[in-house]
Design a protein around this ligand. Structure first.
Ligand code: BGC
Length: 380
């Protein structure tokens, strides 16, 4: 019966897309009418109220890219844990290409996935395909990055993204002893793309700590680039972060000025910034922050080039998602621990936030090796 419902939903959703394409625009009214007409109830909506059990035999896992080690690990962890629970999976990586991710999701729906776990590339680009999912009775869990402007998203599993930023900002504040020192110290900021909702929280959390010191004149940003938009790195690209830092160094540090700290929102932007510094800067090496504990970056922490990263245990995030799916399939209350923070434009999405931890030269062994996340060998 469920399959029949999904099939009808899928055909109707397909008809909606065709009709919309035929009209040459994506005006919402017609879509809304068709949705009403279809009389296909959304499983996702039912789930929000934690109604009865949902049959979950197959889960589609959509990850943004294999380029960053964390997404490969996220995908592998989820696949292993779900399959261990007897659930079939379809895992896809989209090479950071939005169109590829959309068609992968379409295929997952056609291939009979009952639930989608989606780490979006562009959080605002999935509205139409998730309309199809919803109309087909497929439940959607946003993974790590919030999916915006869609009422098809039932739950969100992520890390405490504000805390990620706060840990980075606090590391800089503590290391420069900004409470007691007048400085001024020079800071530059390298954050992620404007289409990743997480950046709002990473940047916001870090600036909550650092802005008061900027206001007090203890921290100065010589490039003058301080806003989230000015400090963005499209696609989290290592190369683009490097190019921006090269420009900053040649324009604002060509007089021998010291750069004391670079607030980098993640490890790829930290890597790009460090490469620019290695080639174009001769002053005292700055504090560089990061996030993810990518192997290359942990090696760089051990070598004293990157000061810290933020450890986000992808095993714990996979567990959070598996717990959600188990609860859904048993008709139990879905475990969430935040029902205030994440508004995706269509409403607040009940979320489960996993705690991130600051990783430095002093604690990386305990955090990463003793916990079995990496082997000593991986970090050589
Ligand atoms: C994730 C980070 C990751 C970045 C680049 C963010 O949305 O939360 O962990 O470093 O994307 O892939």
């Amino acid at each position: 019966m469920k399959i029949g419902k999904r099939l009808i939903g899928f055909l109707l959703a397909g008809a909606m897309v065709l009709t919309m394409n035929g009209c040459g625009n994506g005006g919402g009214t017609q879509t809304e009418e068709l949705k009403e007409d279809s009389k296909v109830e959304s499983q996702a909506e039912e789930n929000k109220g934690s109604a009865g059990a949902v049959e979950i035999k197959k889960v589609g896992i959509a990850m943004p890219t294999k380029d960053l080690q964390r997404w490969s690990q996220d995908g592998a962890n989820l696949k292993e844990k779900l399959e261990g629970n007897g659930i079939e999976t379809e895992l896809q990586f989209a090479n950071n290409d939005i169109g590829t991710q959309v068609s992968q999701l379409e295929n997952m729906i056609t291939n009979g996935c009952d639930l989608l776990v989606v780490a979006s590339i562009d959080g605002s680009a999935l509205t139409n395909v998730l309309d199809t999912a919803k109309a087909s009775g497929v439940t959607v869990i946003a993974y790590d990055r919030l999916i915006m402007n869609s009422d098809a998203v039932s739950y969100y599993a992520t890390f405490d993204n504000t805390k990620v930023g706060k840990l980075q900002g606090q590391y800089i504040a503590d290391t420069l002893d900004l409470e007691n020192q007048d400085g001024p110290f020079n800071l530059e900021i390298v954050t992620g793309p404007t289409d990743d909702n997480n950046v709002v929280f990473f940047y916001g959390g870090a600036m909550e700590v650092l802005q008061p010191y900027i206001d007090a004149g203890k921290l100065v940003v010589p490039s003058g680039q301080v806003s989230r938009q000015e400090c963005a790195t499209p696609e989290w690209s290592n190369q683009k972060a490097q190019e921006r830092m090269e420009n900053i160094l040649s324009s604002f540090y060509n007089d021998g000025k010291n750069l004391d700290a670079v607030l980098c929102s993640n490890d790829s932007t930290a890597h790009g910034s460090a490469s620019a510094l290695a080639e174009n800067y001769t002053g005292t090496w700055p504090i560089i922050t990061g996030q993810d504990c990518e192997i290359t970056n942990v090696k760089s922490i051990i070598a004293g080039k990157q000061a810290m990263s933020v450890f986000k245990d992808t095993r714990a995030l996979a567990d959070a998602v598996v717990n959600m799916i188990t609860a859904l399939s048993e008709g139990k209350e879905v475990p969430v621990n935040d029902t205030n923070t994440y508004d995706n434009g269509a409403g607040i999405i009940p979320s489960f936030l996993v705690e991130p931890v600051a990783a430095t030269k002093d604690n990386y062994k305990e955090l990463l090796v003793d916990s079995g996340y990496y082997t000593e060998e991986d970090l050589k």
